[in-house]
Design a protein around this ligand. Structure first.
Ligand SMILES: Cc1ncc(COP(=O)(O)O)c(C=O)c1O
Length: 418
């Protein structure tokens, strides 16, 4: 039976395929260190206790009818204060939109700004921009990035693709790499966008910037988060920010996201989200507002949460670097933010004990799942070339101990190859 071309052409998720393999092995009683999902095991990383109590309290106060289409006013006001306090950004409540997690906001940004056939530029690897381009019939241009720049895009790399584009989609700290823009790097990209917009004619659609900073509170050490509007205030008219509670409060299932930008764009996104009914549940909105106002609770939670995530990332990073020092064909990039570590495991052309040649990152990954009992995600799942031997590892669903014990197993698995 025929279905729409859009539905026929949507690509399945590579991560779901890997999850299928892991589940099969788990059913067979095996323990797999699952570094594949950009989520948390909520028994290892529960949401803040205060947020949980506020959610229960909101249900006890019958906050269960439709929320306003742009989100509960009290939450939008609280987010406005949160943006001022954390980023010194001035956004009024009518420039802020709440939705059921951040995904609907990204989709609504695409739908509000991009017409079919419009050019959308994004770095590869990055998270889901290829899918949002497919959903909006955009002409997606994936710009390859490189390990020597921590897989973050540079102005020089983007410049040849930006001419005539409608949207530049950026994210920092970046999913899947766990790396971030430096101030200079982001400033140069901002200047590129400003120059491009100066070259556009009156009435021509400008180049917009989608800036996803959902991991902005999860940064480590000296690494500081920057945003385009603080660096270049004239970009305020062209920038839509994506943010929310999912990642920084381990609250992926709570489903409260916020986007902010120029009021006329936010207004259109509100209509789109309204038609999809993609609002955040009202009780969760009320609770998130109360929680965000409780600064000591927010700060205490973040301090402990960040410390634990960083500890896991560092263990993985040091473990991989230790294997590298022993001569194994592996490498990793210093963790800077989010819950990810970028890892290279270059076993292409190696032969397994049962005679199978590992031809692709996907083969390497399935070999590691079987032999090292650890699962990663090849960067190709994030829009890069199929043969890049770099992987995303995500530490949110594994304990520190599981991660520590995985490293020697990777070494042993590699030793078995010829
Ligand atoms: C960069 C980035 N933006 C947005 C999202 C979506 O977040 P949410 O769960 O709030 O929809 C994710 C989730 O993985 C992400 O990694």
């Amino acid at each position: 039976m025929s279905i729409s071309k859009l539905a026929q052409n949507l690509k399945g998720s590579e991560i779901i395929k890997i999850a299928g393999e892991i589940n099969e092995l788990k059913k067979a009683g095996q323990n797999i260190a699952n570094l594949t999902i950009g989520d948390f095991d909520s028994n290892i990383y529960p949401i803040p206790g205060e947020l949980k109590s506020e959610i229960i309290d909101a249900y006890n106060h019958n906050q269960t009818n439709y929320p306003p289409a742009d989100g509960v006013l009290d939450l939008r006001q609280t987010v406005s204060g949160f943006l001022k306090e954390n980023f010194n950004l001035d956004y009024a409540s009518n420039e802020i939109l709440i939705s059921g997690g951040s995904r609907p906001l990204i989709y609504a940004t695409y739908l509000a700004l991009v017409d079919p056939g419009d050019k959308v530029v994004y770095p590869a690897p990055s998270w889901n921009n290829n899918h949002y381009c497919d959903l909006t019939s955009a002409d997606g241009v994936a710009v390859p990035t490189h390990p020597h720049n921590n897989f973050m895009p540079t102005a020089a790399e983007l410049s040849e693709y930006i001419k005539g584009a409608t949207l530049l989609a950026l994210c920092s700290p970046l999913n899947p790499t766990g790396t971030m823009f430096s101030k200079e790097n982001l400033e140069e990209i901002c200047d590129l966008v400003i120059e491009e917009n100066k070259s556009r004619k009156e009435g021509e659609k400008p180049l917009y910037l989608l800036y996803d900073q959902i991991y902005s509170q999860l940064t480590f050490g000296d690494h500081q988060h920057y945003n385009p509007v603080s660096l270049r205030p004239e970009l305020r008219d062209y920038t839509v920010f994506i943010d929310g509670a999912s990642k920084c409060f381990a609250a992926t299932g709570v489903r409260v996201g916020w986007g902010f930008g120029p009021a006329h764009i936010i207004d259109n996104m509100k209509a789109i989200i309204g038609h999809m009914g993609a609002w955040a549940p009202k009780a969760e909105q009320v609770a998130t507002s109360h929680f965000l106002k409780n600064s000591p609770a927010v700060q205490n939670y973040l301090a402990e949460f960040k410390q634990r995530i960083q500890q896991s990332l560092e263990a993985l990073y040091k473990g991989i670097k230790h294997l590298k020092a022993q001569g194994f064909p592996v490498d990793a990039i210093e963790p800077m933010g989010a819950i990810y570590l970028t890892v290279k495991i270059d076993l292409k052309g190696k032969v397994t004990p049962d005679g199978k040649v590992l031809r692709s990152p996907s083969d390497i990954n399935f070999y590691l799942i079987q032999e090292a009992k650890g699962a990663l995600v090849p960067f190709s799942a994030f829009g890069t070339d199929e043969d890049l031997a770099w992987f995303r590892t995500s530490v949110g669903a594994c304990s520190y101990e599981e991660i520590e014990s995985l490293i020697p197993r990777i070494g042993e698995a590699i030793k078995k190859l010829s």
